[in-house]
Design a protein around this ligand. Structure first.
Ligand SMILES: [Fe+2]
Length: 245
């Protein structure tokens, strides 16, 4: 009811669609300001669940896939120089904002059962730019600049493809930020293993086969190597989240 003194927002306020990603990030930031939060990933689920275009499962499972991939890559000394600079708590939290722009996309299109028209798909694609814009609107300086900069990379690059055929910028190969290249695998694996309004879930084995088949086309081959070694861990996470909506 009314203004929330702790979190600094009005619980009764429903922002216009276009402002929703910004409002979500603002609330995340307000939570980050609170002392004693040891598992920041958990509260984002609650915030995101407020908006019908998100699911806790997708946010939580992709975060765990990112963790698995990064640990494997460091162990195998693949992109380790870059990954060892990451603060994993920050990286995992910022990864959860990769689809924040979807809060600005009409839920009827996002959750449409059946095939999307070309026009509807173009609207869904705007979630990347809308997410990036919301993060930039918050501002990339200040105490949380590392978090916001990394959130922008996860949000902005997770639909790019290794062969340059992705969106929004058609970046190719290692020009795609590593955050985006790793998230692409986590994102697609979760989509494959989850039932959606337009499809049933693939098994872990079928999903892994599809991901591996995308090496050098959709995905960074060096990352697929790490995925190949981590398939059992991916399947375990997928199982753990199977009851989560
Ligand atoms: Fe996305």
């Amino acid at each position: 009811m009314g203004d929330d003194i702790i979190y600094g927002y009005n619980r009764d306020y429903t922002p216009p669609l276009d402002d929703r990603p910004y409002e979500i990030i603002r609330r995340v930031m307000a939570n980050l300001e609170q002392p004693g939060i040891e598992a920041p990933g958990l509260f984002l689920h609650e915030i995101a669940a407020y908006y019908d275009s998100f699911t806790g499962r997708h946010i939580g499972s992709t975060r765990e896939y990112i963790r698995i991939m990064v640990e494997r890559l460091i162990k195998d000394n693949v992109y380790a120089d870059e990954l060892l600079i990451w603060d994993m708590n920050v990286a995992l939290l910022s990864s959860q904002l990769h689809d924040v722009g979807k809060a600005a996309v009409n839920g009827a299109i996002l959750n449409k059962p059946g095939k999307l028209t070309r026009e509807e798909f173009e609207i869904i694609k705007t979630h990347v730019r809308k997410g990036v814009e919301a993060i930039e609107r918050i501002g990339l300086s200040g105490r949380f600049h590392v978090f916001l900069k990394q959130a922008r990379l996860f949000a902005g690059a997770h639909h790019e493809k290794w062969d340059g055929s992705g969106y929004p910028d058609g970046l190719e190969g290692r020009l795609i930020p590593l955050e985006g290249r790793i998230m692409a695998i986590a994102d697609v694996y979760d989509a494959l293993t989850t039932a959606r309004p337009y499809k049933s879930a693939f098994t872990a084995e079928e999903s892994a086969e599809i991901i591996i088949g995308g090496a050098g086309v959709h995905f960074d081959p060096a990352l697929i190597n790490a995925f190949y070694k981590s398939m059992d861990d991916f399947a375990t996470v997928s199982m753990a989240y199977s009851g989560v909506v």
